[in-house]
Design a protein around this ligand. Structure first.
Ligand code: SF4
Length: 294
């Protein structure tokens, strides 16, 4: 596959991507790169369950979050190339391991290749598209009928934070449009008898230090725009790493008081979903990106 002028993500940088290299912001060539394929137990209970979620971690990223915990794969592009045919075989491999779903982590810049692989083989377990909320609605349409569950972040209501922390412009409205498209594809959340999600959209929000105003505004947007059509997953696991270690605001974990303030807003707004325990903060959720399963 050659992409002559890539406009897949909201950056629309229009750069060429061939099988060998890519000169766009994300740095991804047209060949899919993957850093790890294995059952993962660190997602929400309705995704990880008892048998784990079959996670496929894609290399490169369209964002540049200062606090990224996976920067060796997202920023440096560490990984191994897989064809859509090989990717389809990996779905079969994970399915045979008995995982609850196939969890495509950070594949925004590989949407056409993911589509191709899912057309080759659509597993009988749900396909989860796990992403940063910085997607083009137009590109997501390629996944209609192929993805069962969307798991987007909604990181920022405050666009100035988005620009400073993740190098993206217009994040707020881009995420709103992207999540609208996701919900239009999945409908309201549907669960099986074991409370595992079969279809639907779960919106994640990671509370950042010194940013409770941003978090509460994100929750208000979710309530006002998406109402009960999606679930919320409030995350407390922020841990400074990479560029955040020397940043004046991002260099610490969130406090109990900060998290409680956001939790109170979630309950006041009567948002349905999950809220992580504050004790969850730490790096125990970060798997080894060592080409396991690739
Ligand atoms: S996916 Fe990569 S190359 Fe394509 S528009 Fe986005 S940043 Fe540019």
């Amino acid at each position: 596959m050659i992409i002559e002028s890539c406009r897949l993500c909201p950056r629309e940088c229009g750069r060429r991507r061939d099988e060998k290299e890519g000169s766009g912001f994300c740095g991804a060539s047209a060949a899919v790169r993957v850093a790890r394929i294995a059952p993962h137990y660190g997602e929400e209970p309705c995704i990880s369950g008892k048998r784990g979620s079959g996670a496929i971690f894609f290399s490169h990223c369209v964002m540049r979050c200062l606090f990224c915990q996976n920067y060796n794969i997202s920023h440096n592009g560490f990984g191994k190339e897989l064809t859509p045919e090989q990717l389809a075989e990996k779905y079969k491999m994970l399915e045979a391991m008995g995982v609850h779903n196939i969890n495509l982590v950070n594949g925004t810049h590989y949407i056409p290749q993911i589509r191709q692989s899912l057309l080759l083989y659509k597993p009988s377990i749900p396909i989860v598209f796990n992403c940063g909320g910085y997607e083009r609605a137009q590109s997501l349409k390629m996944l209609r009928g192929l993805v069962d569950v969307y798991l987007p972040d909604f990181k920022y209501a405050d666009d100035s934070l988005a620009l400073e922390y993740s190098q993206v412009k217009n994040y707020r409205n881009t995420a709103i449009d992207a999540i609208k498209e996701m919900i239009s594809q999945t409908g309201k959340p549907v669960f099986d008898e074991d409370e595992m999600i079969l279809r639907g959209t779960v919106i994640r929000h990671l509370v950042l230090p010194a940013a409770t105003k941003n978090s509460i505004e994100v929750l208000r947007i979710i309530k006002n725009v998406f109402s009960d059509n999606a679930l919320i997953s409030l995350m407390a696991q922020y841990t400074p790493c990479h560029g955040a270690l020397t940043h004046k605001k991002l260099c610490r974990k969130i406090t109990k008081r900060e998290y409680q303030k956001v939790l109170d807003a979630m309950f006041e707004l009567e948002l349905d979903g999950y809220a992580q325990e504050l004790e969850s903060s730490g790096d125990e959720f970060i798997p080894d990106f060592d080409l396991t399963g690739v």
